[in-house]
Structures are given as C-alpha cells and as structure tokens.
Write a protein that binds this ligand. Structure first.
Ligand code: FES
Ligand code: FE2
Length: 370
C-alpha cells in the first residue's frame, strides 16, 4: 500500500455523517487490485468453487484466486484439494479448462506428470535421453504447491496465505445464523452461470448486503417491503434480513422471510424460508471484472418438478440481471471525478456496506474506520 493509496482512503476513514464510501480508485486502480490480492484475498478464506462440480477422482477445475491461477482436483481418496496451477518445470499453467485428467495431471509442454495429490511422478528425459533425473534435481521437492483448502458443505474455500483462523472460527458468525438448516437434505437443483460481469467485485458484495435498493430495483420480482428489513453486522458476516410470512408469493415474486448473508470477502449465501438457499460463486478477475455463478439449493429433501425448477431459475435470473445492471452502472460512475470521495451511505440501510468496506480498509492499510 503506497502513501498515495493511504491518502485516497483518508476521506473514507474520517468519521463523517453520513459515512462516505470507498474512493473510486478502490474500484478501478490496478494498484488497489494488486494490494487486495496480497491482503484481502490472501489473508482470508475465499470461496472458489462448488464441490459438486468435482464429482469423480481426477475431475479438475481451474480458477483464479488472489490474482493467481489455482486448480481444484478430486483425488483418489475422494477429497478435494487445491494447488497452484503451475508446472514446476517452466511454470506453465497446467489445467486450462474443467475436465477429468484420469490419474495424472500432465503438463502439455514437456510431459511432466503429477498425481492427484500433487506429487511429481514423471519428468521425462530431463537429464538427457532416457535420463529422468539430473544432478541437484530433487523430484520429491518438485510437486505441485498446495493451497490451504477447506470444503464446507458444497462450497470450496481457500486461504492462499495460509494464516487465517480455522474455517469454523472464521465463519462462525455466519454458520450460527444458519441454525435450523437441515444440512443432510441440502440438494443443488440448478446452477445459473452469469459469466463475466463488468464491475469490481466489491460492488456485487455491497449490493447484496444492503436492503435499500430492493423495493426500487426489484419492484416486479420481489415483494419485500423496505420497512420489514434490517441489517446484520456480526464479525466476518454481514448482510440484511426480512421477516415476512413463509409462503412463496402468488405472482411468482419473492415474498418470503429471507436472510442475505455475506462472509467476507467474497462468499454470499441467501436463505429463503422455509427451504431454499442460493449461494453465489463470485470470482474477482481484475479491478473491473468478475465472474459469477449462482447455485440453487433446496433443504427439505422434497423433489421439485422440472417446471418448478425452471420457474425458480427464471425468477433468480431476472432478479440478478436487475442487480447486474446496477453494479455495472456503479462501476461506470466511478469514472467520474465526482465519485472520488466515495458517495455517501445511509446510516440505517447501508451500515452493513460500511462494515464490509471497513474490513477491506483494515486489510489494505491495517486500519479500519470506526
Ligand atoms: S513446463 Fe511443464 S513440463 Fe515443461
Ligand atoms: Fe438486488
């Protein structure tokens, strides 16, 4: 973090009424993005995948976390592991698309091969024709570099820097808010893949945890009055909630008690009573881009008809498209000098956004606002 960045964050740190948001640079500048990769995304537990997308031993999925290429693999014992997606020979990325590699992850360049636990098994002709070893070359130290991984339910988390608290402690304030979920019966009934969204990852998080926009942006897709909402700020968990009845609205709109919860930095879980969850895989890829998928889950063990699943997918697709338009316009607005000082946050509806931004500032400069 340069002193320049410190001074850009100064208006955010000052206790003004109402509070200011983060400056434009935090959403646009490569320096901020690089600093986030080394702090926000390296120190914390970051969600990188859905476990159900790696069904069989040998299934692999490449992903970006903390600005670095990683791969996820299901090994022969059925565990999911994550490694840096880099060959130890000349550092080529090993896996470029999801698929099944069988028993070995083979580099396409010079055929070095790693088993599903990352051990280097072959380095053909490295020391000359028919000579697979070379002076000073220690095969046992040339395996794939592992990344600290934790699989919680269907969601794969990594802590790239390795120093975060145990996941259960890190995520305790989120997990406690999910009391009553019948985890034995959680079933993924569909995935929506939104592909790339032209926005900074923080806007997606901030949008999810403030209830202020819901009545305006989602007036045709939801039926959740603003006055019934409240915000949640609880350690690494922040978001909002609305307490209503527990029946789905008649017009196909969302009108149930809901919890909109984020686990800092990038995990989002929506709980919709009585028996649905929506989990978002948010993969930041640069200062102004990210990829997003949403997994739809039921928790009652009831089988839904195909048409019911399609209706749910359509509802959530529409809700998200409404949000995506807003977050892309938030990003576009940051090109204006008017947004240099961050805009202002509602003290009631966007205190959750301030709490989220404070954690970002804490990780960037070691100081949070109060
Ligand atoms: S770069 Fe992978 S085998 Fe040469
Ligand atoms: Fe929204």
């Amino acid at each position: 973090m340069t002193s320049d960045m410190q001074s850009l964050l100064q208006p955010f740190l000052e206790k003004s009424e109402p509070r200011r948001g983060l400056p434009s640079a935090a959403y646009r500048d490569v320096e901020f993005w690089d600093a986030e990769c080394q702090s926000v995304f390296a120190r914390n537990w970051v969600c990188i995948g859905f476990a159900h997308e790696l069904k069989k031993p040998g299934d692999v999925v490449p992903v970006t976390a903390a600005g670095q290429p990683l791969l996820m693999v299901r090994n022969g014992e059925g565990e999911i592991k994550a490694f840096h997606n880099v060959c130890r020979h000349r550092c080529l990325t090993l896996v470029d698309k999801p698929g099944n590699v069988g028993k070995l992850i083979r580099c396409p360049y010079h055929a070095w091969a790693y088993d599903l636990n990352g051990t280097l098994r072959a380095s053909p002709h490295f020391g000359g024709t028919g000579q697979h070893d070379a002076n000073g070359f220690d095969k046992s130290r040339s395996g794939l570099v592992p990344v600290r991984t934790h699989v919680w339910q269907d969601w794969i988390f990594v802590n790239v820097g390795g120093g975060a608290p145990h996941f259960e402690d890190y995520a305790g304030s989120l997990i406690r808010r999910l009391e009553g979920v019948d985890w034995e019966n959680v079933d993924c009934i569909g995935i929506l893949d939104f592909g790339e969204i032209s926005t900074n990852w923080k806007f997606i998080m901030e949008n999810f945890i403030e209830p202020y926009h819901v009545q305006f942006v989602h007036s045709s897709t939801t039926d959740q009055p603003l006055s019934d909402h409240y915000t949640i700020i609880d350690g690494n968990c922040m978001g909002s909630a609305v307490d209503l009845g527990e029946e789905v609205g008649t017009s196909g709109s969302l009108a149930v008690s809901s919890r909109y919860l984020a686990l800092y930095p990038n995990f989002i879980l929506g709980r919709y009573f009585p028996d649905q969850l929506g989990v978002y895989l948010n993969i930041p890829t640069g200062p102004g881009t990210m990829n997003q998928k949403r997994g739809l889950y039921t928790t009652s063990g009831k089988q839904l008809r195909a048409s019911e699943v399609e209706d749910l997918k359509r509802l959530w697709w529409d809700v998200h498209k409404e949000d995506h338009e807003m977050v892309e316009r938030l990003q576009a607005g940051r090109a204006s000098t008017v947004s240099d000082t961050g805009g202002v946050l509602s003290p009631v509806w966007e205190d959750s956004v301030h709490a989220f931004q404070s954690l970002v500032a804490r990780d960037l400069i070691g100081r949070s606002s109060n």
